[in-house]
Design a protein around this ligand. Structure first.
Ligand SMILES: Cc1ncc(COP(=O)(O)O)c(C=O)c1O
Length: 479
């Protein structure tokens, strides 16, 4: 494909955009239990209008866009207040949870290099910490130590974190809450450990940090997890999740400027303009900043409280229904608005496709380190309006999955997949596996076969399969 020789009309371009979107996940009216956080039409309008107003402004240089600097400092101040930080706390607006966590790790690494002379820094992660911390270790070429969690609660045990500390350790991570099972790590104990061993502690509140203070005010039992806990040195919190901002909105916060200094990249050693980048992006649209500022001011504390109440209510209804269901079980008692459930009688993967046929998106999670394959539900404020339709469809889909049972992949194939060796894996192995999964070019028809196959493999092999899948998916359009 080439750039069209002549431009199309505005109408033709817009029509094409609409046409291309027809196959996308329909997210309005609460049908999706991951990826999309829906604040309703009025919130959407405020966000889009604010975004468009500042779309073209460039947050690369805050000195020439005082508006964008103001939005950022306001948003960060609200975030610090929400997470009970004090006047010493600072932070930055980032493009998302991953960027916030990458920056926290980078700042920790450079702080440890400069203050403690540590040349080969290591980070300690519960296996439930979001994969973006593994990405940070990978990108920054740092060693990570993965710590198993308590299989009864899915929370990390402080003594296991302590056992993983060595002279190169610079940072521990805890989650509030962790995505997979929706529970909060014992942050006060981790904070005490961090202080005792003179380590940094990052609390990842990307998904839970915004909503949990509201749940606490609604009377839910919420472990202390924020800057009120001594020993917590940095935090991440996303606004593009339960803050209902446009995508590209998160903050990374530090207890002091001493630590944040190490986040900032500056370069005067080239021939161009001086580069001063607090975050990973350099040129960046002012749209996400303006939209985030706008939604925070539009909904206000009262609006977010109303949404939190609806989320809490919907979570309790769905958790109660799953707890009472004879064929499935909750992996953990929800401590936020995230739910994971599984079955010890049959494979749960067919539920994903069965729900998709009924117009819902629920998210499969592969098994790892004792956490059995399961289905994740991120409950939204809009869920409460659809819960009466959702539960019967979920029950019917569970019944369907129970019927499919063992036929998903035959036992000999499961054994063969489990025996695959990552070091012997080639692109040809991938093609053979895809053929066995019955996929045509592009996206697989359903997800059941592929998820079942991935789940049967060692994680290192599954990772290779997924890399090949994306390497094949992003190919330039022909014609
Ligand atoms: C706990 C946690 N941390 C980090 C992330 C990564 O956030 P993002 O997808 O915005 O990069 C997520 C995403 O769901 C999350 O739940």
């Amino acid at each position: 494909m080439k750039i069209p020789a002549k431009g199309l009309s505005r109408d033709a371009v817009m029509q094409a955009l609409e046409d291309y979107g027809q196959q996308d996940l329909p997210w309005r009216e609460g049908g999706t239990f991951a990826y999309v956080y829906e604040g309703g039409r009025d919130v959407e309008d405020v966000v889009k209008t604010a975004y468009m107003r500042y779309l073209t402004e460039n947050a690369l240089d805050p000195t020439v866009y005082p508006s964008l600097l103001r939005f950022e400092n306001d948003i960060v101040a609200m975030a610090i207040n929400h997470l009970r930080g004090d006047a010493e706390c600072v932070g930055n607006f980032t493009s998302g949870g991953t960027e916030s966590c990458l920056l926290a790790v980078k700042a920790a690494r450079d702080y440890a290099r400069s203050e403690r002379g540590i040349a080969e820094p290591e980070i300690i992660l519960p296996v439930t910490a979001h994969a973006c911390f593994q990405k940070a270790a990978h990108y920054f070429d740092m060693k990570m130590r993965l710590v198993e969690v308590d299989p009864a609660t899915w929370k990390v045990r402080p003594e296991d974190m302590a056992a993983a500390i060595n002279e190169n350790t610079i940072l521990m991570v805890g989650s509030a809450c962790q995505y997979a099972h929706g529970v909060i790590d014992p942050i006060p104990e981790l904070g005490a450990l961090a202080l005792e061993r003179n380590l940094l502690l990052h609390v990842d509140g990307c998904i839970g940090g915004f909503v949990l203070p509201y749940f606490r005010r609604l009377g839910a039992s919420v472990t202390d997890f924020d800057f009120a806990v001594p020993g917590v040195t940095s935090m991440s919190m996303d606004f593009h999740k339960y803050g209902y901002a446009a995508k590209g909105a998160s903050v990374v916060l530090y207890r002091s400027k001493e630590l944040r200094r190490h986040q900032i990249f500056t370069a005067a050693t080239w021939t161009g303009y001086s580069v001063i980048n607090p975050t990973i992006q350099s040129t960046k649209s002012g749209g996400p900043l303006a939209a985030c500022w706008a939604v925070l001011n539009y909904l206000g504390d009262e609006g977010y409280m109303r949404f939190a109440e609806r989320k809490l209510h919907a979570t309790r209804i769905i958790a109660d229904a799953l707890r009472a269901h004879p064929d499935v079980e909750l992996l953990a008692e929800p401590e936020s608005c995230l739910i994971a459930f599984t079955s010890d009688q049959f494979s749960i993967f067919p539920i994903v496709d069965a729900m998709r046929r009924r117009g819902w998106f629920v998210q499969p999670q592969l098994g790892y380190m004792g956490s059995k394959e399961n289905i994740h539900l991120s409950i939204d404020q809009s869920t409460i309006d659809v819960v009466d339709r959702f539960l019967p469809d979920l029950n019917a889909s569970i019944a369907e999955a129970k019927g499919v049972n063992e036929e998903v992949i035959p036992a000999p194939m499961k054994a063969m997949l489990g025996a695959l060796d990552a070091s012997l894996f080639t692109p040809e192995t991938y093609q053979q596996l895809m053929a066995a999964a019955g996929t045509s070019d592009g996206l697989p028809e359903g997800t059941t076969a592929i998820n079942s196959m991935l789940n049967a493999m060692k994680p290192e092999v599954a990772q290779k399969v997924m890399t090949e899948f994306f390497n094949d998916l992003y190919v330039p359009s022909g014609g």
